[in-house]
Every structure is written in structure tokens, then in C-alpha cells.
Design a protein around this ligand. Structure first.
Ligand SMILES: Cc1ncc(COP(=O)(O)O)c(C=O)c1O
Length: 467
């Protein structure tokens, strides 16, 4: 036994006959920083260590071998599948070695990187519209089924209804986690697309120890969490995280294995995914972020150093450089953590009819001020003397003054003026601005390049925090 790894049996100690033998036995890695001091230890199963960069490598080979065994797939045949990308890669790798052709259908919500990656493996990729119901002819799974019907020698891998999918995780992912934690695992956290990972792995772990809690995460807009809680099949809605959640119920998702189902926002999922990359050096996708965000919350709730929480990191971040790792895309989709925005950026991105800064002078009449708050539907008016804020007039003070005394309409506002708003520099992060915005201080003005550029109210921040 070489001591290159200090006596540890080195991974890949012997040569593999082909890359498929390198699938599985992915590392289990302790998370140290993103759990923000939680006492319960959290370990991440790094499925992006698989040759195709995702957990789906495990089912690619398994589904092909099953189709070969059943005689459905013959030499020189064609494999067709509807995929969010990763299953396509898992199938394409096995097909490359086994000499099959691949045709994949993929919803246009998926990243360009994934389309190019599948074409790099020699597959045909047909991009279909995302926003169609599951039974619509243009839906990616329906399109795949149609192509199978039109292509001699073609089979559908059918990951959403193929029992080989969860079986592959029952046979590999479950046993690996059990062995890597020496049977001490207390919680498994994973999110479901087909449900193969959480169902197969969960089933195995519960057979070894029924006390293991199986916890699943779900994006808002997917029907899984609601179905788990109520047994009612709801309506799907759009969301950004890829590979997980669904608007239909796959037979590969065994709800009876899952103890808890929690909805996690796109913003929290992407925010945690980016933290994993920057604070743990684990370059992952959004579904990994969702799983770790949930595992960290569970770790804090459980608050037990003897617990052993394992979560799945399904794929690599390389597939999302144009999305969750692209600041413009995150900003356009309002997914950037608010504190990462600067005051100047917040003012620049304010939409709506009002100019960035509507201000008045101390001599402005109450009537004119009222006209402005009505016309621009604003609640605060800074009173300025040139470029200096000398006071403020809230809409409520205007209303009270007029109700009190109608003749006040033609009087200057300085009689009802309240404290001036603080002025912040445009480069100030929004976290600094949020700290300033209180009941007593309902707004701040923003100065950039020496001039007042706009106003940020508490309402603006709340609206940004709740997309
Ligand atoms: C990025 C990503 N995460 C998670 C999953 C969910 O895995 P499963 O289909 O086993 O539920 C998928 C499935 O495609 C995926 O692509």
C-alpha cells in the first residue's frame, strides 16, 4: 500500500478499463464556513467529481445496461431522452463507449453551456419551449417520445418513469454514504428532479437505520412540496434553479421515503451556491446551493454535535457561468443578495414612472407638493436648497395639514417640514443603507459624482427583498 496518501487507500488506485468505471465513490466533504457556526456537522457528497460532472452519471450507464439486457437497445441503436442536461451527459458518456447515437430534447430555460456540452459529445440537441404544460406536444419529454416513434432502433431512456433510476442510487449512492459516515448519518438532504437520488438513496439508508431523516428541498413553483404536504397535485410556475422541481409527478419519486419537504427560494439557492464556491472552494450549481441552504438550516435547528447531516452536491458550477455566476444575469433576475447592490445601483435600477429624484424647496406650496406626491405616487419629498437636503415632507404630514386647515394649501411647506434625509454615497452597499432606514428615517438620498441622483425609501428595499 503506497504511502502517497499517508496510508489511505488512494482513490483510483488501479487503472480503469474505461471512464465509466470512474463513476461513483465521490468524496464526502465537511462544510466548515457556509454553515455559519452551526454545531451539527454537515457533509457534502460531491457528485460533480463524477466524470460527466454530475450525479446523473450514475443513472446513464444503468439505464443503458438495462435497455441492452431487455433487448430494447441493439448495437448501433439511438438513445433519446428529455433532459435538463446532466442526464444527457451521463447517457452520452456511456453511449460514446458503447457506440450508440444520442438525441436529446432540452427546455430553453437550461443554460447554453449545457447545450454545447451535449453537442461536444456528438449528440443531437433539440431545444424546446419551457413554458408549455407537461402534456403539450412541444414539451421536451413529449418531443422526445415523438422522436423515438419516428427513429428506427431508438429507445427512450425515460428517466422520470424508469425504475432503474432510483435503483442505481439504492445500489451506489446510499451504500457509499453509509460507508463514508460509518453508519453514523442522521439526516440526508437532497432535492428532486426525477426523485431518483433522494428516493433510492433514502430507501437504502432507511433500511440500514429507520431513524435517518430524509429531507427534500423544492424550488417555489414546483408541485412536489405541496403534494407531499397535502396529496394535492398543484399547478407549476416558473423558477430559475435547474434540474430540480417539476410540474408533473414522476413515478421515480417515492414520497413515502421523504420525511420533510421544504420550499427554498431561487435567491437563497443561488446565494448559497455562490458562497460554496467562494468560501468552501466547491464550484457547484444552484441545486447544490438549495440543498446546502436547507442542510445548514436543519443543522442550526438540530443543534447537536453528534448529528451527521449529509447533503448532495448534484453538479458542477461550470454549467452556470452564464447564469448564477454572471452578475448581470443575477441582477436582471433580481437574484443578487440585496446587500451586494450599491445605493447607486439601487437608484439606477428603480423602475416605475417617477424621476429618480423628485424634490421641492422650502417655498414650495403644500398644493404643489400634494400634486407631486399624487402624480408620481411617492410617499416622501425631500426639501432641498440647491444640492443640499434641508428637510423632508412625508405625504402623511401633507394630508394632516390640509385636513386640519384647507387654507394651508397655498402656504409654503416649511411649516410642516420634518428632518432632512441623510445623504449617502452611491458606492455604499445596500446593507449600509438598510441599516439607516428606520421608522424615524424613512428614506435616504444618494449622491454620485458630486450630485444628488436619487432617493431610496424603505418601500424600495422591501420591494427588492420580495421579488
Ligand atoms: C443539477 C441537478 N440537480 C439535481 C437533480 C435531481 O436529481 P434527481 O433527478 O435524481 O432527483 C438533477 C436532475 O437532473 C440535476 O440536473
Amino acid at each position: 500500500m503506497s504511502d502517497a496518501h499517508g496510508g489511505m487507500p488512494p482513490r483510483n488506485a488501479r487503472p480503469f478499463a474505461n471512464v465509466l468505471e470512474a463513476v461513483g465513490w465521490t468524496p464526502l466533504i465537511r462544510l466548515n464556513r457556509v454553515t455559519d457556526g452551526a454545531r451539527s456537522p454537515v457533509f457534502a457528497k460531491a457528485e460533480f467529481f463524477n466524470p460527466g460532472g454530475s450525479v446523473k452519471d450514475r443513472i446513464g450507464l444503468a439505464m443503458i445496461e438495462d435497455a441492452e439486457r431487455s433487448g430494447r437497445l441493439k448495437p448501433g441503436g439511438t438513445i433519446v431522452e428529455g433532459t435538463s442536461g446532466n442526464t444527457g451527459v451521463g447517457l452520452a458518456i456511456a453511449a460514446a463507449i458503447r457506440g450508440y447515437h444520442c438525441i436529446f430534447t432540452m427546455p430553453d430555460k437550461m443554460s447554453e453551456e449545457k447545450v454545447r456540452l451535449l453537442r461536444a459529445f456528438g449528440a443531437e440537441v433539440i431545444v424546446t419551449p419551457t413554458a408549455v404544460p407537461p402534456d403539450h406536444p412541444d414539451n421536451y419529454v413529449q418531443t422526445a417520445k415523438r422522436i423515438v416513434g419516428e427513429t428506427p432502433g431508438a429507445i427512450l431512456a425515460d428517466q422520470f418513469y424508469n425504475p432503474v433510476n432510483p435503483q442505481a442510487h439504492y445500489a451506489t449512492t446510499g451504500p457509499e454514504i453509509w460507508e463514508q459516515t460509518e453508519g453514523r448519518i442522521t439526516h440526508l438532504v437532497a432535492s428532486a428532479g426525477t426523485g431518483g437520488t433522494v428516493s433510492g438513496t433514502g430507501k437504502y439508508l432507511k433500511e440500514r437505520n429507520p431513524a435517518v431523516r430524509i429531507i427534500a428541498g423544492d424550488p417555489p413553483g414546483s408541485i412536489f412540496a405541496h403534494y407531499h404536504a397535502t396529496g394535492i397535485k398543484g399547478e407549476g410556475a416558473p423558477y430559475k434553479v435547474e434540474g430540480i422541481g417539476n410540474d408533473k409527478l414522476p413515478s421515480t419519486l417515492d414520497f413515502s421515503v421523504i420525511d420533510e419537504y421544504h420550499t427554498v427560494s431561487d435567491r437563497d439557492a443561488f446565494g448559497m451556491g455562490r458562497r460554496l464556491t467562494r468560501e468552501e472552494g466547491l464550484f457547484v450549481g444552484g441545486s447544490a446551493g438549495l440543498n446546502v441552504w436547507l442542510a445548514s438550516r436543519i443543522a442550526r435547528e438540530v443543534d447537536d454535535p453528534d448529528a451527521c447531516i449529509v447533503c448532495i452536491l448534484p453538479d458542477t458550477g461550470e454549467r452556470y457561468l452564464s447564469k448564477m455566476y454572471n452578475e448581470d444575469w443575477m441582477r436582471e433576475n433580481r437574484l443578487l443578495e440585496p446587500e451586494r447592490l450599491t445605493a447607486g445601483e439601487m437608484v439606477a435600477r428603480k423602475d416605475g414612472g417617477a424621476p429618480a429624484l423628485v424634490s421641492i424647496e422650502r417655498s414650495t406650496t403644500v398644493r404643489e407638493a400634494l400634486r407631486l406626491v399624487t402624480e408620481y405616487d411617492i410617499s416622501q419629498l425631500p426639501v432641498c436648497d440647491g444640492d443640499t437636503c434641508i428637510g423632508s415632507v412625508p405625504e402623511s404630514a401633507l394630508m394632516a395639514r390640509i385636513i386640519e386647515d384647507q387654507s394651508a394649501l397655498d402656504q409654503p411647506v416649511d411649516s410642516i417640514m420634518e428632518a432632512a434625509f441623510p445623504v449617502v454615497d452611491g458606492v455604499l452597499p445596500m446593507s449600509g443603507v438598510s441599516r439607516l432606514l428606520t421608522r424615524q428615517c424613512p428614506a435616504v438620498l444618494v449622491r454620485s459624482d458630486g450630485a444628488l441622483r436619487g432617493i431610496i425609501t424603505r418601500y424600495d428595499v422591501v420591494r427588492y427583498l420580495t421579488p
